[in-house]
Ligand binder design. Structure first.
Ligand SMILES: O=C(CO)[C@H](O)[C@H](O)COP(=O)(O)O
Ligand SMILES: [Fe+2]
Length: 229
């Protein structure tokens, strides 16, 4: 099912120290993070405001690997170039964010970034059926977007459906929301290969004491080791 790709852990800096993003990104990468997940919220598509493209550009030099930008904004298209210029490797937009997600994914790829499409918990897998040729990543939300630290909503049936729909295409299935060592195996067994985790990674650590980040990342990896094959 997923044997051809490694399981990737993408800490969400929504749970990091906002006054210290650059150092937090470097610290969590040094502790074993595969990607850095960056949550952009506009107070309109979701009921919370986080930060925008200028913050992404500021943290980019502190990230050695992949910067994975999750846009919880509407409209999207006018801002794609800003996030691409900020150095996003993946730009993910929500299927619910507007009437023209197909055009949005085209625009993301045209910007040079890889294109992701996100699904809220209430949106079925079928919503991306005609988008897979334009997508490098499908993000399955396991919380209603807008806040970190929420309780996991089991979307494993949707993940299984997506994995079948995707087949052999090189498209990541990313899980976002409430991922920890208890919930990670549920979605990894269903076919997800990128796990976003904010609270469960940053809990207990800090830039001056980053070792807990590594412990928390390893705990998630060890929890999925038996089921991710
Ligand atoms: O997109 C998000 C919220 O809308 C965050 O990426 C997500 O909530 C991660 O945080 P946590 O692991 O604490 O749930
Ligand atoms: Fe996110």
């Amino acid at each position: 099912m997923t044997a051809h790709r490694p399981l990737l852990i993408a800490p969400s800096i929504l749970a990091a120290d906002f006054a210290n993003f650059g150092a937090e990104c470097a610290a969590v990468e040094a502790q074993g993070a595969d990607w850095i997940h960056v949550d952009v919220m506009d107070g309109h598509f979701v009921p919370n405001i986080s930060f925008g493209a200028a913050t992404c550009a500021a943290i980019r030099p502190h990230i050695k690997g992949v910067m994975d930008v999750h846009l919880m904004i509407s409209p999207v298209d006018a801002y794609i170039e800003d996030f691409a210029r900020a150095g996003a490797d993946f730009i993910t937009a929500h299927v619910e964010a507007g009437p023209h997600i197909h055009r949005t994914l085209q625009a993301i790829r045209a910007s040079g970034a890889k294109a992701g499409v996100a699904l809220n918990p209430g949106t079925p897998a079928s919503a991306v059926a005609d988008l897979l040729d334009l997508a490098d990543l499908v993000c399955v939300m396991t919380v209603n977007p807008g806040f970190g630290g929420q309780k996991f909503i089991d979307m494993s049936a949707k993940v299984k459906t997506l994995r079948e729909m995707i087949g052999d295409r090189p498209i990541h299935i990313e899980i976002d929301g409430g991922v920890d060592p208890v919930t990670a195996p549920i979605v990894a067994a269903a076919g997800a290969d990128v796990l976003v985790a904010g609270s469960a990674v940053f809990r207990g650590g800090s830039v001056s004491d980053p070792a807990p980040y590594g412990t928390n990342i390893r705990a998630i990896r060890e929890a999925v080791a038996g089921v991710y094959v």
